[in-house]
Design a protein around this ligand. Structure first.
Ligand code: ATP
Length: 293
């Protein structure tokens, strides 16, 4: 039996701007995304039958055709007329519905994995095109690293990312946020403060983490924070405990802080962990999906 296991990594946003809305309802964005070394393990086992089945260590995600890994496998099967089946096991570490693209990254791993398992010889560019049918973040998740994403998030310009020595403290409060609902609350015409992406990209280029951290901005943060003040509380705990800056990722509710000093990040993790189980200290990563081992 053929099988493959892949790391499927999460992302954080160092900025999000919303520039408008397409007629189909998708928002036009300009945002900086950075892969981090927090990952799910996606094990794909080929089966003799024609079925796609899913198992997971998490009870927070669907195990049927609503799971993004199911949709990814099904799309590959349909596009390339493949009659084989797979059992996909998702070992979840990335918080669910967190603003860290966990589902998109799992889907990206299945595309990369099946491309290898079934010798489809598709280029990453071809995989990105297929991935876009599953979600706007999927193309980014395939390659990962650091990018300026525009369009609906699928036009990717690689940029220099955070340096490996920057410690990222990630904290996901125990509440559910719907990405769709957050975007529905935002009208680009009413936004009065926006990130200066050009400046942020310069900061990354110059490895000036302090300036970067002080100027990160996410236009979605206010929307989610209005409903969930705990986001401000987590930001305050981080900045009062030596973070250079702290911000919500994606549509939330995950908050991350950037630290120059690992000891400080670990100390703050210990404080946050008392209240928020899903708290991690991680570094940035250059690769999105990677074959494990
Ligand atoms: P994004 O940052 O791309 O908006 P997110 O981190 O906010 O994503 P996900 O973890 O991808 O959110 O989950 C969003 C929804 O998708 C959840 O309600 C979840 O039930 C569903 N979902 C479907 N498949 C998966 C999967 N493989 N992993 C996580 N969530 C999934």
């Amino acid at each position: 039996m053929n099988s493959i296991t892949l790391k499927s990594r999460a992302k954080i946003n160092l900025s999000i701007d919303v520039l408008g809305k397409r007629q189909d309802g998708y928002h036009l964005v300009e945002m900086i995304m950075q892969t981090i070394d927090l990952y799910d393990l996606i094990e794909i086992n080929e089966k003799d039958n024609d079925q796609i089945t899913i198992k997971s260590t998490s009870d927070e995600i669907p195990l049927d055709c609503n799971n993004l890994v199911y949709k990814a496998a099904n799309l590959i099967k349909k596009t390339f007329n493949i009659n084989k089946g797979v059992e996909i096991h998702i070992k979840k570490n990335i918080p669910v519905a967190a603003g860290m693209a966990g589902g998109s990254s799992n889907a990206a791993a299945v595309l990369v994995g099946l491309n290898k398992l079934w010798n489809l010889n598709l280029s990453n560019q071809q995989l990105e095109k297929i991935g876009l049918k599953l979600g706007a973040d999927v193309p980014f998740c395939i390659n990962g690293g650091a990018v300026l994403a525009s369009g609906i998030g699928e036009e990717l310009t690689p940029i220099k990312g955070l340096t490996k020595d920057v410690c990222i403290l990630v904290c996901k409060p125990d509440l559910f946020v719907s990405t769709k609902e957050v975007y529905e609350c935002i009208d680009s015409k009413d936004i009065d403060k926006r990130p200066n992406n050009k400046f942020l990209i310069e900061c990354l280029k110059n490895e000036d983490t302090r300036q970067l951290a002080e100027n990160m901005f996410n236009v979605l943060e206010g929307v989610t924070m209005d409903k969930h003040p705990v986001i401000q509380q987590i930001k305050d705990i981080m900045t009062n405990n030596r973070a250079l800056g702290a911000m919500m990722s994606g549509s939330g509710p995950t908050v991350f802080g950037l630290y120059e000093n690992r000891e400080d990040a670990v100390k703050c993790k210990a404080i946050l962990e008392k209240q928020f189980k899903q708290t991690f200290v991680v570094a940035c990563e250059e690769k999105g999906v990677e074959v494990n081992g």
